[in-house]
Design a protein. Structure first.
Lengths: 188, 188
C-alpha cells in the first residue's frame, strides 16, 4: 500500500494500473458501448448529443448533462457553416485519440510531457457522394503530424511511444481496418 | 434558365445540381482537403480546432472563425468529462454524415422531409488500448438507427434512399473500408 498518488501528465497512474489489473481479472470491465444521436434541423445543419454510455453492462452515471455538437457544411457544400462537417469531426477524433493514448502511455512509462499537438488532414473527393463516378466516398488518405515536448525522454523513446500509440489507437483502428456497420430506418 | 430558386428541406437544389455539373466538367472542383488540430491541455483533456479547408486547390475563405471542440474521457477512463471522447465523436460524425446525405438526396429526388434523427452506438473493448491481449482496438460493431418522417414519400422510396445514403456516405466508407493513415512526430 502507498499513501502517495502518482499523477503524471495529469493522469492518475495508480488508477490506470488498477484499471488494467481489474480488466485482467474480469475482461467485462473493459467493455463499453458508446452512443451518440443527431437531430436534423434544416438543410445540412444537424444537432448532435453525446450522453451516457454503457460500461461493463451498466450505464455509467458520471455525466449529468449531455454534450451538444453542431454539424453543418460550408456554403460550397450547400450549408451555412453552423458547425464542422462530418469528415472534419473524424479528423478531430483521430487527433483526440492519439493525444489521449500518448499522454496516458507516457505517464505509465515515466515520461513527462510539456506539450503535445496534432495536426490532421484528409483528402476527399465528393464525386461519389454526389452520385458521380470517381474516387471512394471517404478519405483517400489521412495525414497526422504530432509535435511533442518532453523534459526527460529521448527521441528514441518518443518515437517508439508514437508507434505504440498508433498500434493501439481505437480511432486509428476504426479508420485503417473495416468495421461492420448496421443501419436501419424507421419510418414515422 | 429559371428565375425561381428551388429550396427543399433547406437545400438549394439548383446549387446542388449546378455543383454536380461543375464537377462533371472539371473533377478538380470535387476535391477537398479537410483539416483539424488538437492541443493537449491536461490529462485526457484536449482542445480541438477546425478551421479552413482546401477546395479545388485553394483555401476556402467562408469561415471567419474556427470551431472549437473539447475532447476528454469520463472518470472511468481517467478523465473529467470536459467533453466527449474520441470514439464518441466518430459515432457523431456518422450520424451527421448520414443526415446530410439523406436530406440532400431527398431534396434532389423531390422527397420532402419533416423529421430525421439518428441514434448511433458502438461496442468497444479497451483491452488493446491498455496493452492487454483482446479484441481489436476500435469498435467491433457500430449500429445506426434512423427515424424519418416524410409527407410525400413511400416506404419503398425512403428505404431505397437509406441504402443509397449508406453506399455514398463518406464517413461510412471511412469506417467500413481501410484508409491509409500516415503519422509523423516532431520532437521539440
Amino acid at each position: 500500500m502507498s499513501d502517495t498518488v502518482t499523477i503524471r501528465n495529469g493522469i492518475d497512474v495508480d488508477q490506470l494500473l488498477a484499471t488494467i489489473e481489474a480488466i485482467k481479472d474480469d475482461p467485462v470491465v473493459g467493455t463499453f458501448t458508446f452512443k451518440a444521436s443527431s437531430r436534423w434541423r434544416d438543410g445540412t445543419y444537424n444537432v448532435g448529443e453525446i450522453g451516457r454510455f454503457v460500461h461493463a453492462g451498466q450505464e455509467d452515471e458520471s455525466r449529468d448533462e449531455v454534450f451538444r455538437l453542431d454539424g453543418d457544411e460550408p456554403p460550397v457544400l450547400l450549408g451555412r457553416n453552423k458547425g464542422p462537417n462530418a469528415v472534419e469531426l473524424l479528423l478531430q477524433a483521430l487527433g483526440f485519440c492519439y493525444a489521449v493514448g500518448f499522454v496516458a502511455n507516457a505517464a505509465a512509462r515515466g515520461i513527462e510531457l510539456t506539450g503535445l499537438e496534432y495536426e490532421l488532414e484528409g483528402d476527399l473527393d465528393v464525386r461519389s457522394f454526389l452520385g458521380l463516378d470517381g474516387a471512394r466516398a471517404g478519405f483517400t488518405e489521412i495525414r497526422a503530424k504530432g509535435r511533442v515536448s518532453s523534459p526527460n525522454a529521448t527521441k528514441d523513446q518518443l518515437d517508439e511511444l508514437s508507434r505504440y500509440v498508433q498500434d493501439t489507437s481505437p480511432v486509428r483502428d476504426c479508420l485503417t481496418n473495416p468495421i461492420p456497420v448496421t443501419t436501419t430506418l424507421e419510418i414515422r
